[in-house]
Design a protein around this ligand. Structure first.
Ligand code: SF4
Length: 147
């Protein structure tokens, strides 16, 4: 089974209430080859929600308690991001996911790049929290750009 970011399948779960539709990924769902997950929603965050970025590191650092996830108002939302990441890991293990395709640049789902923590639209190399947790548990993650 393939696990994909819900927003890539056209489900409106993004912080702004929108999606990031990728037709090929949506087709995987329609053909019952994939299931969709949104770590931030699984972590209890609402739609829409205030945008958040990893401050002081990347997803690996969040797992090590060396960085935080903060929303744009300065609220610490690290616990919700961790809760979502562990929920996705559980799901991936339950369904025996052979491939995980997550949305690039997201503080949860990014696999090569994330926003830099200054809310200025600039990115830096690094993984989101969910991607880091999946990889740490031996699950390969690619972005929609590599699919
Ligand atoms: Fe998409 Fe992941 Fe953000 Fe959810 S957390 S909206 S699945 S990029």
């Amino acid at each position: 089974m393939i696990l994909v970011s819900s927003c890539l399948a056209g489900i409106k779960v993004r912080y702004d209430g929108g999606d990031c539709l990728n037709d090929r990924i949506k087709k995987l769902l329609e053909e019952n080859k994939a299931i969709s997950i949104c770590p931030e929603v699984l972590g209890g965050l609402p739609i829409p929600r205030i945008p958040a970025e990893i401050v002081g590191g990347d997803g690996e650092d969040v797992l090590e308690n060396k960085a935080l996830v903060m929303d744009q108002t300065g609220k610490d939302v690290t616990d919700s991001f961790l809760q979502g990441a562990y929920a996705v890991l559980k799901k991936a293990q339950e369904v025996g996911a052979t491939c995980v395709i997550l949305k690039e640049n997201s503080p949860s789902c990014g696999s090569s790049f994330i926003y830099n923590g200054h809310f200025n639209g600039e990115k830096k190399p690094g993984m989101g929290v969910t991607t880091a947790l999946l990889k740490r548990n031996g699950i390969e993650v690619i972005s929609e750009k590599d699919f």
